[in-house]
Design a protein around this ligand. Structure first.
Ligand code: URA
Length: 239
């Protein structure tokens, strides 16, 4: 059991003194009931809200996960499909993915229980560079890809300029491998951008997120992020 103001301060919401003020001002609820008394003690099981927003009492945890194809970027699925958290059975914290990869997209996904971290990284203003590798149908002409670097409008959505590279082309199979670096996180963004230039995506993988790469991870594997990696990501999100 810990004092309420200490728990609020520990969750990073406010300093201990500010937390005391929040309590006195009637902005804190414990298990749905407003508490204005300063001394009360709470446990991990108590649901604490500040301004009606639940606070996270768990220690923050951060993972890099190699999402396989055929997995939903969620913690549950009403159709019973595999979800990301099925791969984290031994992790007691209430974790969830940072942003999304499509069901049929594989690659690097961050997983955490730290809402502020997830929010910072997915905020449209702070988006960090993400590198994707796509197998597309067709052999692109150089000029065909140019709109990608200028930014484009497709199906009523505006996409910011991206960097691209043709990694290889297979004339026999009439397909190519294209690397695309984007910093936004719009729905199906890579597929849409490549479709917009006439190159339907057949296969997609996210290889890099900020400075992070999958390294030795194999599909379905994860590892905790080092403290330095977490702070590097937060720094990138700031800039
Ligand atoms: N762009 C896509 O089209 N799909 C993803 O899963 C991620 C980026």
């Amino acid at each position: 059991m810990e004092r309420l103001q200490k728990v609020i301060a520990h969750a990073g919401i406010a300093s201990r003194r500010k937390a005391e003020e929040l309590i006195s001002q009637g902005r804190v609820k414990v298990n749905g009931t407003t508490v204005t008394e300063l001394g009360i003690k709470v446990s991990l099981k108590d649901q604490i809200e500040v301004d009606n927003v639940p606070i996270n009492q768990e220690e923050p945890v951060y993972f890099i996960f190699y999402k396989p194809r055929g997995v939903i970027s969620a913690v549950s699925d009403d159709k019973g499909r595999k979800v990301v958290t099925d791969y984290f059975m031994g992790i007691p914290e209430r974790i969830y993915p940072v942003g999304r990869l499509d069901y049929d997209t594989s690659g690097l996904l961050l997983v955490t229980n730290d809402g502020a971290f997830a929010q910072k990284l997915t905020h449209p203003k702070h988006e960090v560079d993400k590198v994707y590798v796509a197998k597309v149908k067709g052999i692109p002409e150089k000029q065909q890809l140019r709109p990608l670097s200028r930014g484009l409008f497709f199906e009523g959505v505006k996409y910011a300029p991206a960097r691209y590279d043709i990694l290889s082309a297979d004339t026999k199979a009439q397909s190519a491998i294209i690397q695309l670096t984007i910093h936004e996180g719009r729905n199906h963004q890579v597929k849409k951008m490549l479709q917009a230039v006439g190159l339907p995506v057949q296969k997609l993988k996210r290889e890099k997120y900020g400075n992070l790469t999958l390294g030795n991870l194999r599909p379905g594997e994860y590892r905790p992020l080092h403290k330095k990696e977490v702070s590097q990501l937060l720094n990138l999100a700031k800039n």
